[in-house]
Design a protein around this ligand. Structure first.
Ligand code: 13P
Length: 254
């Protein structure tokens, strides 16, 4: 049985003082939660700080991206092995902001997914359609294309080693959350795509929902059978909100 997972994506926010305050408040609030894995994905320069503060706790940490190459002349990039050095367990790949603003194509995302796995990280693969795509009825085609690009490179067994996050672009940072039914429909579609070629992998892969998740809507989203947790943006910067979301996931796991 899959447990629940809640990952916070801090995006390009934070600083030494505010990170410490956030984690100092978060640690006691999530200590002892059963049935849910809690993760924070910090900006690269703060991974050492996060490692120092979270080592030995039940909060795991990760990065928001990773380079597709293992080492060498790639100025400005950060390898999966470097993330491992700082105790990261997870790396987000294919976030819609990276796809839209930094040119991460389906093929690049697949290569990043593979590089993360190669080093022993768990990739969190983001999929999701824009508003225009949803309104033109191609949501399933878009998420299937984004998923297939990764499966083509790592296979279904590779996919089962990671985490999928469905993040409709129109719900990110907009306050316009997908309804639990809208999320469930796409999650079930994604799981069905996996099940069509590997039923075991389909049962294993956690599928998180992301897009304006807050303490107030987490419970209903996590009650959906194919919603295995959340990838949280804005609300992950607030210890009270983020810990309440983690608690909702723990309750849903019971
Ligand atoms: P918000 O929770 O701020 O909508 O962001 C979601 C997201 O992009 C997480 O990766």
């Amino acid at each position: 049985m899959r447990g629940k997972l809640v990952a916070g994506n801090w995006k390009m926010n934070g600083g030494l003082a505010s990170n410490r305050a956030l984690l100092d408040a978060l640690l006691p609030a999530v200590a002892g939660l059963d049935g849910v894995g809690c993760v924070v994905c910090a900006p690269y320069p703060y991974l050492a700080q996060v490692q120092g503060l979270l080592q030995g706790s039940n909060l795991a940490w990760g990065a928001q991206d990773v380079c597709q190459f293992d080492n060498g002349a790639y100025t400005g990039e950060v390898s999966a092995a470097m993330l491992i050095d700082f105790g990261c367990r997870y790396a987000i790949v294919g976030h819609s902001e990276r796809r839209a603003l930094f040119g991460d194509t389906d093929d690049v995302v697949a290569a990043k997914y593979q590089a993360a796995c190669r080093a022993g990280l768990t990739p969190i693969l983001c999929l999701g359609e824009t508003l225009v795509e949803r309104e033109s009825g191609v949501t399933e085609a878009v998420v299937a294309r984004q998923l297939d690009a990764v499966v083509k490179v790592v296979g279904m067994t590779g996919l089962a080693k990671g985490v999928v996050a469905y993040e409709p672009v129109w719900a990110i940072g907009t306050g316009r959350t997908a309804t639990p039914e809208q999320a469930q429909a796409v999650h079930a579609f994604v799981r069905g795509c996996v099940a069509a070629s590997d039923r075991v992998a389909a049962g294993q892969v956690p599928i998180l929902y992301g897009g304006s998740v807050k303490a107030a809507n987490a419970e209903q989203l996590f009650a959906m059978p194919d919603v295995d947790g959340g990838l949280i943006g804005g609300a992950a910067l607030n210890a009270v909100e983020f810990s309440a979301i983690c608690r909702s996931a723990a309750e849903a796991a019971r």
